[in-house]
Design a protein around this ligand. Structure first.
Ligand code: ADP
Ligand code: MG
Length: 295
């Protein structure tokens, strides 16, 4: 996944190391399987062959999560955008593609029409390339957190590339504070507190370039148009599971307030969207964060 992970655990001193090792093993293992860059990893093989059995439990879990999240975000989260992401050249040396190349990449995008999941296999249409980059870190945070708790942690927080999953064993209830980066500055735009669950942020500020006309073109691509997202400068999502928070945060950078207003009830617990207008940041909140102060 090309990123950093950080794990904080509360545990008896003699079990801490085993807990850290258990979580680290899980995150490394997932990194190896779900990267789109490695042609011999589970996802790389699927992209190359266009079909794969669902024997690998993590590949199955990612595909099943993607299948429901693509539909619940009205297609904004869509791993078949992989071909478009590659065409734009992210993360290295991105440039505006030729429109004929955009059209042909768009013709290979669309989860609902171009991916078929059966009970034991997955099939991709010719030329479709899946990219789990928008939710794999969240999924890894969920699995690593689960491994730490299974190994006996009293409480744990695992952050993978900025996506956080945390919680405590029954009766402990530690409260965690998570800072949310300002999408146009060095500092924080807000902090949120939670006892258990997941917080993920996506935005147009980590990986972008400016077009000759000065438009900000970021690495999150709208599968409907083939062009970089412009629905929000950043989106932060609180959910029970980090795979959900991560995918929905990415989708909201595309779909903005309209999508936030129309997500299925119960999918996420709270949303913070940041829009930047004439250089000034405006925030809007949904769900559990609705009553909190606005920035
Ligand atoms: P970050 O990796 O900065 O945390 P995200 O979680 O938003 O950001 O993931 C962005 C990555 O997801 C992109 O680099 C690309 O690999 C992939 N991606 C881009 N657009 C989409 C999309 N519409 N649906 C699913 N994945 C996408
Ligand atoms: Mg994401």
């Amino acid at each position: 996944m090309g990123t950093m992970a950080r794990l904080v655990v509360y545990a008896a001193p003699d079990s801490a190391e085993a807990i850290l090792n258990a979580a680290e093993r899980v995150v490394h293992d997932l990194d190896a399987r779900l990267t789109a860059f490695d042609e011999d990893a589970a996802l790389g093989l699927l992209n190359r062959r266009g079909r794969e059995s669902l024997e690998d439990p993590h590949l199955r879990a990612m595909l099943e999560a993607a299948d429901s999240l693509a539909s619940m975000t009205a297609g904004a989260y869509d791993p078949t955008a992989g071909g478009l992401v590659t065409l734009w050249g992210f993360p290295h040396a991105p440039a505006v593609p030729e429109s004929s190349a955009l059209d042909s990449a768009l013709a290979r995008t669309g989860w609902g029409e171009r991916v078929r999941l059966t009970s034991d296999s997955v099939f991709l249409d010719e030329g479709v390339r899946l990219d789990f980059g928008a939710a794999a870190k969240g999924y890894a945070a969920d699995c690593g957190y689960g491994a730490a708790m299974d190994a006996g942690a009293t409480a744990a927080l695992l952050e993978v590339g900025g996506e956080v999953r945390c919680g405590s064993a029954a009766g402990f209830g530690r409260e965690w504070t998570v800072g949310i980066r300002h999408p146009r500055g060095d500092g924080l735009i807000d902090t949120v507190r939670l006892r258990s669950g997941a917080v993920a942020t996506s935005g147009d500020y980590e990986c972008f370039f400016l077009s000759p006309s000065g438009r900000r073109l970021c690495h999150i691509i709208d599968p409907a148009t083939g062009w970089p997202a412009r629905g929000a400068a950043s989106a932060t999502v609180l959910a029970d599971r980090c795979v959900v928070a991560d995918a929905v945060a990415t989708a909201l950078v595309i779909g903005g307030e309209v999508l936030a207003d129309s997500l299925p009830a119960g999918l996420v617990r709270a949303i913070l969207l940041v829009r930047v207008k004439d250089g000034a940041a405006e925030t809007r909140r949904w769900g559990e964060w609705r009553a909190s102060r606005s920035g």
